[in-house]
Design a protein around this ligand. Structure first.
Ligand code: DC
Length: 249
C-alpha cells in the first residue's frame, strides 16, 4: 500500500485490523531518517513527512530530553559520575506518546518541560554518555512498526537504522537556525537574545559533533539538504520525491 493514509476515511481501523492478522519482519518495515543539528527544522520536516506518508514518528531527541529531565529530578549529576544511574533511569522510562503529540512520563504530561533551552542543553549533556545511548537503543527500534517510520535525530542514519533506504541530513546556517529558534521562543521568554541563542546552539553543535559515541555527522549515503533558503513545503515535496524514487515498499 503505497499511500497508507488512503484508508483514513472509509476504513480508519484498517491497519489495526490488518496487523491483528499478520506479522511483519521489522527489518522490512520502511524507515526514512531525518538527521541534523539543533534547530535545523528536522522536527517539522519529519512530522510533516510522517503525517503525509501515514507513518509513525520517532522524535529521538525527546527521549534524551526526557532522560535528562528524569535525571535532574533525581538530582543526578549529568556527567560520567551519574552515568550508571542515568542509564538505569533511561532503561526504565515509562513513556506514552499520545495521538495529540503530547508525551507522558509516568502519566505526567512533560511536553512543555522538555522543550525549554535548558532541557535541550541537559539532553545534549546526557547524550554524550555511552551507557545512556545504549539504554535507549531498544526503545528506539520499537518505533519501527507498520506501515513505516520517519525517524528524527542525530544518529538515526548512522547508528540506529543504518540500513534505512533513505537518510536525509538537514542543515541550515547557524544564523538562520538562531533566527528560527528566536522566533519560537521570544513570545514565551522576553529576556532571550539572538546572540545568546546562537552561542547556545553552537555549543550544542560542538558537543553533539565531537562526542566519541554516535557523533552528529551525515551517514556516508545520506542526502544533504540545506534548507536555509528553502520553505518547509518545498523541503517536504523534495524528500517525498526522493522517497518515491527509492520505492522502499
Ligand atoms: O533534537 P533535540 O534538540 O530535541 O535533541 C536534544 C539533544 O539530544 C541534542 O542536543 C543531542 C541529543 N540527541 C542525540 O544525541 N541523539 C539523537 N538521536 C537525538 C538527540
Amino acid at each position: 500500500i503505497e499511500d497508507p493514509k488512503c484508508v483514513a476515511k472509509t476504513f480508519p481501523d484498517y491497519f489495526e485490523a490488518l496487523f491483528s492478522l499478520v506479522q511483519a519482519d521489522p527489518a522490512r518495515i520502511p524507515v526514512l531518517c531525518v538527521d541534523g543539528p539543533t534547530a535545523s527544522g528536522k522536527g517539522t520536516l519529519a512530522a510533516q513527512l510522517a503525517s503525509q506518508l501515514g507513518y509513525h514518528l520517532l522524535d529521538s531527541g525527546a527521549l534524551y530530553r526526557i532522560t535528562a529531565l528524569a535525571a535532574g529530578r533525581a538530582q543526578l549529576p549529568l556527567d560520567a559520575t551519574g552515568e550508571p544511574a542515568i542509564a538505569g533511569l533511561a532503561q526504565g522510562l515509562q513513556l506514552e506518546f499520545t495521538a495529540d503529540h503530547r508525551v507522558l512520563l509516568a502519566g505526567e504530561d512533560v511536553s512543555d518541560a522538555i522543550r525549554t533551552e535548558e532541557a535541550g542543553m541537559n539532553a545534549s549533556k546526557v547524550s554524550v554518555l555511552p551507557r545512556v545511548r545504549a539504554a535507549l537503543v531498544d526503545l528506539q527500534h520499537g518505533f519501527r512498526r507498520l506501515p513505516g517510520l520517519v525517524a528524527d535525530g542525530r544518529d538515526m542514519g548512522t547508528v540506529i537504522f543504518p540500513e534505512a533506504p533513505l537518510k536525509v541530513f538537514l542543515t541550515a546556517s547557524a544564523e538562520q537556525r538562531a533566527q528560527r529558534r528566536f522566533k519560537q521562543l521570544i513570545s514565551k521568554d522576553k529576556s532571550i537574545t539572538l546572540d545568546s541563542l546562537r552561542a547556545d546552539l553552537e555549543a550544542r553543535d560542538a558537543r553533539d559533533s565531537s562526542r566519541s559515541v554516535a557523533p552528529l555527522k551525515p551517514a556516508a549515503d545520506a542526502r544533504l539538504l540545506d534548507n536555509s533558503n528553502v520553505s518547509v513545503e518545498e523541503s517536504v515535496k523534495l524528500v517525498l520525491g526522493w522517497w518515491q524514487g527509492k520505492q522502499p515498499f
